[in-house]
Every structure is written in structure tokens, then in C-alpha cells.
Design a protein around this ligand. Structure first.
Ligand code: FAD
Length: 311
């Protein structure tokens, strides 16, 4: 793990840092490089451009950790709106949505789990009507059980709903086994959250080893693995494991974030691989941007310059 990742993720929790950073406009270079826009229209345009380039998309309406039921409702409305626009532009064959349960009520006191489930059901129904699917993003380890329980409920009516598992967590290899069945879409990522030693590997090498063990389980299984990483080594290993397990192109996919290694995204697609780009949009880009900066401290100088010039 990079030496700066932990302090940066801790600093990101400070309200003063959040206030300062959030005062940057979305047009500031560093924000724009990871977030193509704030509005539904701008992100649907960005989606159309990626699809034109032979890529697929999963859209994320930015926001997380809401403690406000109205805010959760507004997020649901935003998803219904973007699904409607994707359908109207004929994009739903190639674009789906990713949803963070904490943005649609999971942390509300008393009945958060139930509210998040009902809100997720509303989004899944709209996605199905639009001709596409939903993937539930995975947040920090305190939410894993609740998120997987909601996934099981949703899959009774919407078996196409995708899950995310994080290789950093000790439990994930066993969660992969439980989810590697037919029809099950599972995104495997390394994990973006600061997690304690009691539940998560801390060393980059240990996380990478876990990622490979999980890849083996998912690629050997009967589900649809979604290999979410920018790490050239992991992509290479995934490709040779896919051949070893007799996987043909299209029975799994690669996923990368908007703005990260765009040439590699296009190279893989040109090789015939299915490649999906995760495209976040909206005003609540703070948490997302800080996680990206923590992964790539080389971007800090660029970031500080944007902050000072406020352009
Ligand atoms: P790393 O070891 O972090 O990076 C490998 C290489 O990729 C680096 O050496 C560099 O070349 C390049 N790179 C990585 N990050 C950057 C960057 N910010 N800017 C430029 N280059 C970079 N995490 C969750 O916890 N929950 C989720 O639901 C979730 N969903 C995701 C969905 C997708 C499609 C993707 C791609 C990631 C998702 N993540 C999620 C984030 C993930 O867990 C990692 O934090 C993130 O992908 C970085 O890990 P890496 O596998 O790319 O490898």
C-alpha cells in the first residue's frame, strides 16, 4: 500500500478539508478528469461518446452516506431520470447503473436497511423496464452483510442485479464462492476503503494475491465475472486465467473507471474484450475524488494547483 494512502483517506474525513475541496468547481482539471459532468444530460452525452468508441458504461450518481430520507428519495429520482434518458437515446443495451446503498438510505436510523431495499427495488424495476441492469456498489466493511442481504432479496425478483466484492477483505474469497453461480454478475475490485487489520489485508502484495485467488474462483465458476482493475498485472493474469478456465470473450468483462487508463480500455475493446467504463456524475464528487487521489498520490501536485487557482 502506498505510504500516502492511509493519511490521505484519514484527512478526507475532516469537515474543513471537505469544505475547502468542495469549493472547487467541477470544471477544475482534476475533478473533470474523473467526473465528466454534474448533470444528467452531460453524463448521457459522455456515455454516448464512450459507446461510440466500442465501450460499455455503468453510471454512478455521486453521493454516499446520506442521513436524510429526502436526499435518498432525490437520488432515486436521479436514477429514474438517467435511466429514462438512456432508454430514449437507445443506450441501454450498452449502459447500466451502479448504486451505492448508503446514498439511498442504508444509514437512516431505525429502518435504513428496509428503506435502502425498497429504494433499490424501485431502481431495479426502472432499469428492467428500460432494458438494462443495476450493480450494487460495495462500501466499507461495516455495510457488507447488509448489502449482500439486500442483494439476495433483490435477486428474487431481479436476478440480473450485480454485486461487488473487494479482494482486500479476508472474507471475500468465501463470498466469491457463494456468488460464483449461473446468472450471477460479480464485480471484483481491490477495495477503495480504509479498513482495519482485523478484517482486511493491509499489504498491497497480500491484496493482489487475494485478488488472484478470487479471480480463480469467479472464472472457474458459472457466473459472469466483472474484472474491475487498472493494474496491468491483474489484467494480464485475468487474461491467462480466462484461457485456462476455457472462458470465451463475452463470458466475462473488464471494468475501469472513467479517465483512468483510457488507452488501455480501448486496446482491450479492440482485442474483442467487453470493457465497461464506470462513469460517475453529479455534485457530490468529494468522497470519490479523495479515494482516487489516495490511490494515485502522484496526482497530488496537480490537485493542489487546482485548489489554489480555483479554476
Ligand atoms: P492499483 O494497485 O490501485 O493501481 C494499479 C495501477 O493502475 C496503478 O499503478 C496506476 O497505473 C493505475 N491507477 C490506479 N489508480 C489510478 C488513478 N486514480 N489515476 C491514474 N491511474 C491509476 N471499490 C470499492 O471499494 N467498491 C466498489 O464498488 C468499487 N467499484 C469499482 C468499479 C470499477 C469499475 C473500478 C475499476 C473500481 C472500483 N472500485 C471499487 C475501486 C477499486 O476497489 C480500487 O480502489 C481501484 O480500482 C484501484 O485499484 P486497482 O485495481 O486499479 O489497482
Amino acid at each position: 500500500m502506498s505510504l500516502l494512502r492511509q493519511p490521505l483517506l484519514l484527512l478526507a474525513r475532516s469537515a474543513a478539508v471537505k469544505k475547502l475541496v468542495s469549493s472547487m468547481p467541477v470544471s477544475a482539471g482534476i475533478v473533470r478528469s474523473y467526473v465528466p459532468g454534474e448533470t444528467t444530460g452531460s453524463v448521457v452525452d459522455a456515455t454516448a461518446a464512450l459507446v461510440e468508441d466500442g465501450l460499455r458504461v455503468t453510471l454512478d450518481h455521486l453521493g454516499e452516506d446520506t442521513m436524510d430520507a429526502e436526499q435518498a428519495d432525490a437520488t432515486v429520482t436521479a436514477y429514474l431520470e438517467v435511466l429514462g434518458q438512456l432508454a430514449a437515446r437507445g443506450l441501454t443495451r450498452n449502459a447500466e447503473v451502479s448504486v451505492k446503498l448508503s446514498a439511498i438510505g442504508q444509514f437512516l436510523p431505525d429502518n435504513g436497511h428496509k428503506v435502502a431495499l425498497e429504494n433499490a427495488r424501485t431502481i431495479c424495476r426502472a432499469a428492467r423496464n428500460a432494458g438494462t441492469t443495476v450493480t450494487l456498489d460495495m462500501e466499507d466493511h461495516t455495510t457488507t452483510d447488509s448489502t449482500l442481504a439486500i442483494l439476495r432479496e433483490l435477486r428474487k425478483d431481479f436476478p440480473e442485479t450485480g454485486a461487488v466484492l473487494q479482494a482486500a477483505l479476508h472474507r471475500t474469497e468465501s463470498d466469491c464462492r457463494a456468488l460464483a453461480h449461473e446468472g450471477s454478475r460479480v464485480r471484483l475490485c481491490k477495495g477503495a476503503y480504509l479498513e482495519p487489520e482485523s478484517v482486511a489485508f493491509q499489504d498491497k502484495l497480500d491484496i493482489d494475491r487475494s485478488y488472484v485467488r478470487c479471480l480463480k474462483v469467479l472464472l472457474a465458476g458459472d457466473g459472469y465475472p466483472m474484472i474491475a482493475t487498472h493494474d496491468p498485472r491483474m489484467v494480464e493474469i485475468a487474461s491467462s486465467l480466462a484461457s485456462r478456465y476455457g472462458r470465451t470473450q463475452g463470458t466475462y468483462e473488464y471494468q475501469m473507471l472513467y479517465g483512468i487508463r483510457p488507452d488501455e480500455q480501448r486496446r482491450l475493446a479492440a482485442d474483442g474484450e467487453t470493457v465497461r467504463v464506470y462513469v460517475p456524475y453529479g455534485q457530490e464528487w468529494y468522497g470519490y475524488l479523495m479515494r482516487r487521489l489516495a490511490e494515485r498520490p502522484q496526482n497530488l501536485t496537480f490537485f493542489l494547483r487546482s485548489l489554489v487557482s480555483k479554476k
